[in-house]
Design a protein around this ligand. Structure first.
Ligand code: AMP
Length: 413
C-alpha cells in the first residue's frame, strides 16, 4: 500500500477553526499598524539567495544552515525567504521609495521558511507579522515600533509578556568590542562548549546565547557591549528609553541581548512570553541603519520588527475571534429563496442558505447554530415570513426587497 500522505514535518494545515483566530490576529495587527500610518507591502516568497547572504549575514545560523535554497532552470540560486527585512529593503531600493516622504512605514503578513529542527512553537514554515520604518534615525521611530508591537500583543491578550531591551551601538563600536570579546573568549577557551569555540571568530556574540553550563559561567564575567557605547549612541538609547517610559511600556535592560541576524545596530529588542516554554520569543527587532547600504543602496537609517503568528496565538489567553455575524439565514430551498439570498448579499448582508436538504425543523436548528439575526422562511410562491431572532417577532413581507429593507433598517437602529 502507498504510504499515507501527510504534511511535511515542521509544517501544518490551517483548518477552519484555526483560520478564524488567525484572521482576527491579522485584523488587529492591520488596525493597529495602518492606524499608525503603516502601509501593507507584499514581496515574493522566494528571492535571489544572494539577498539573504548579503542582507542577513553570511555568518548567521540562518544563512549557514537554515535556508531552503534551490537552483532554477537558468542555474540561478534562489531561496525561500527566511525573514522579511532584507526583502522589504530590496523592494524599497528597487522601487525608488526614497523619493517618497520619509520615513516609509511598511508592514507585512506572510509565510517564512527556515530549515530548523521542528519542535513546539518552531516550524519550518511559519508566519510573521512585521513592520519596517525606513528613512529616519529618530529615536521616536524605535520607541514607536516597540509600542506598536506591544499594543498588538496586548490587544490579542498574549500572556506573561516581557520586553527585553538593549543597544548594540554603531558598527565601529561593535568592531572594537568584538575584538575585546574574542580575546576574552580565547583566554577562556578550555571552559567553553565546542560549538562556541568553533565560532569564536565567526560570531563571538552568540556565546551569550549558549545553554552550555561552562560557557554560561564564562559569559557571566564577559565584557558588555553596552558599557562600550559611544556617547551619541548612548544618548540615542536614552531617548528611546525616555519615550518608552512616557508611553508606559515596561522593559528590562538586557546587555547580553543578541539576535540571530547580523544587520542590527543601536536599538535591539525582544518580547518573550513565559507560557511558551523553550521557544519563548514572540517577536523582536531593532535598528538596522547599515543594511540598505550593505545591499548596495544609499546609506538609509531604518528600524523594524517581526513577530511569529503561531507563537502569538499559542500565548494568547483569549484566542481572538472575528465578529463575523450571520445577518440572515434563508430557510426554504426553492428558487425564490435563492433569489432572496442573492439580493440580500448584494445589499451587503451576511447570508447563509440552506444547502443540505434539511427538514424545516433541521433548518431552524441550523439557524440557531449560526446565531442568525434573522430567518427568512421563503415559500415557493415568493411570500416571506421574516423572523427577527433577537426580538422574537415574525412578520409577513411581500418581497425579497422588502425583507432586505427591513433587516437593514433594524441594523442601523
Ligand atoms: P527572527 O526573525 O528570528 O527575529 O524571528 C522573529 C519571530 O518570528 C520570533 O520571535 C518568533 O516568534 C518567530 N519565529 C522565528 N523562527 C520561527 C520558527 N522556526 N517557527 C516559528 N516561529 C518562528
Amino acid at each position: 500500500m502507498a504510504p499515507k500522505l501527510q504534511a511535511p514535518r515542521g509544517t501544518y494545515d490551517v483548518l477552519p477553526e484555526q483560520a478564524a483566530p488567525r484572521l482576527a490576529l491579522e485584523t488587529i495587527a492591520r488596525r493597529v499598524l495602518e492606524g499608525a500610518g503603516y502601509e501593507r507591502i507584499e514581496t515574493p516568497v522566494f528571492e535571489a539567495t544572494d539577498l539573504f547572504a548579503r542582507g542577513v549575514g553570511a555568518s548567521t545560523d540562518i544563512v549557514q544552515k537554515e535556508m531552503f535554497s534551490f537552483t532554477d532552470r537558468g542555474e540561478r540560486s534562489l531561496t525561500l525567504r527566511p525573514e522579511g527585512t532584507a526583502s522589504v529593503c530590496r523592494a524599497f531600493m528597487e522601487h525608488g521609495m526614497h523619493m517618497l516622504p520619509l520615513p516609509a512605514k511598511l508592514w507585512y503578513f506572510g509565510p517564512f521558511f527556515r530549515d530548523e529542527r521542528a519542535q513546539a512553537g518552531r516550524f519550518k514554515q511559519f508566519w510573521q507579522i512585521g513592520a519596517e520604518t525606513i528613512g529616519s534615525d529618530d529615536p521616536a521611530v524605535d520607541a514607536e515600533s516597540i509600542c506598536l508591537l506591544h499594543t498588538i500583543l496586548t490587544a490579542i491578550g498574549v500572556e506573561g509578556v516581557e520586553l527585553r531591551l538593549g543597544s548594540l551601538g554603531t558598527p565601529e563600536t561593535r568592531a572594537a568590542y568584538r575584538e575585546e570579546l574574542v580575546a576574552y573568549l580565547r583566554a577562556h577557551e578550555a571552559e567553553l562548549s565546542e560549538e562556541v569555540v568553533a565560532r569564536i571568530e565567526l560570531n563571538p556574540l552568540r556565546a551569550f546565547d549558549a545553554d552550555h553550563e561552562g560557557t554560561r559561567k564564562v559569559m557571566a564575567g564577559a565584557p558588555i557591549l553596552m558599557d562600550a557605547l559611544a556617547p551619541e549612541d548612548l544618548a540615542h538609547f536614552e531617548e528611546v528609553r525616555a519615550r518608552l517610559d512616557a508611553a508606559g511600556v515596561a522593559y528590562r535592560l538586557d546587555p547580553t541581548l543578541v539576535r540571530g541576524l547580523d544587520y542590527y545596530a543601536r536599538t535591539l529588542f525582544e518580547f518573550t512570553s513565559d507560557v511558551l516554554g523553550a521557544q519563548s520569543a514572540v517577536g523582536g527587532g531593532g535598528r538596522y541603519d547599515g543594511l540598505i547600504e550593505q545591499l548596495g543602496g544609499k546609506a538609509t537609517p531604518a528600524c523594524g520588527w517581526a513577530a511569529g503568528v503561531e507563537r502569538m496565538l499559542l500565548s494568547a489567553e483569549h484566542r481572538p475571534q472575528p465578529h463575523e455575524v450571520c445577518d440572515l439565514y434563508v430557510a426554504g430551498t426553492g428558487v425564490a429563496a435563492f433569489g432572496l439570498a442573492a439580493e440580500a448579499r448584494r445589499a451587503g448582508l451576511n447570508v447563509q442558505l440552506e444547502l443540505a436538504g434539511r427538514s424545516r425543523k433541521g433548518q431552524y436548528k441550523q439557524a440557531a447554530r449560526l446565531k442568525a439575526g434573522h430567518i427568512a422562511l421563503v415559500e415557493d410562491d415568493g411570500t416571506v415570513a421574516l423572523e427577527d431572532t433577537v426580538a422574537g417577532t415574525t412578520e409577513a413581507v411581500e418581497s425579497a426587497a422588502a425583507a432586505v429593507a427591513h433587516i437593514l433598517k433594524g441594523r442601523h437602529l
